[in-house]
Design a protein around this ligand. Sequence first.
Ligand SMILES: [Zn+2]
Length: 269
Amino acid sequence: MPELPEVETVRRGLLIHVGKRILSVELNRPDLRFPFPEDMDSIAGHKILGIDRRAKYLLIRLENDLTWLAHLGMTGRFGHSLEGKHDHVVVDFVDGSRLVYTDPRRFGIKDLIRGGSNHPLLDHLGPEPLGDEWNAQYLHESLRARNISIKTALLDQKIIVGIGNIYASEILFRAGISPRRLAKNISKKQATAIHDETRTVLLTAIEAGGSTLRDGQFRQVDGTLGYFPHEFAVYDREGEECISLGCSNWIQRVVQSGRSTFYCGSCQR
Ligand SMILES: [Zn+2]
């Protein structure tokens, strides 16, 4: 499932369409995760003014204070040409170029917002990990009362947005903190390490174009893969040797809240 680095990579790939005017939009089915808005075709005739991201939502800003909200779900991707039977939304621009939304499992979301950025899906989201408001102090306070594992806490979109299974494992390995440690027992110093590694991991992953896993689902908008898996220290490396110098431990996998977590029981305490 795309996490923040993948969605940010898509956002950057879509920026080539800023300034273009939409000629037409074609919907090849009535819904994805939810029905398409009835007036989805009203984006035709509008120019794209900018593209923002909030958590894992793309906010495509159009003229007349209209915003096209898009979420990639599990397997959604934007590209520039038709791929086949899973192409659900096709946008043609006045200049002859095209934007195609493809989504085999159809968990993606498309909606329209008129005036501003208020939408029920955006209402209760926590802070952006790459934003200025989020800091170690804030993180420490938001973990303080939580009687859940730190791994599960990092996936809670009210505590911090955009982090999923891959990046939570990588962040905790780099911070040297066991994913089983309870959130309420995280010290200020540990919260600082998690905060710092969160920013480093997410920025490095964005730089690498996100993570294309073995299922091959995630692609950048121009079709290239995301190369961050080459830098995975623990994710999907169960049974392999830990990469830390002087550590001869094997990477373990445990299931927490129904999701796999990968970690080194020696380096992470
Ligand atoms: Zn280790």
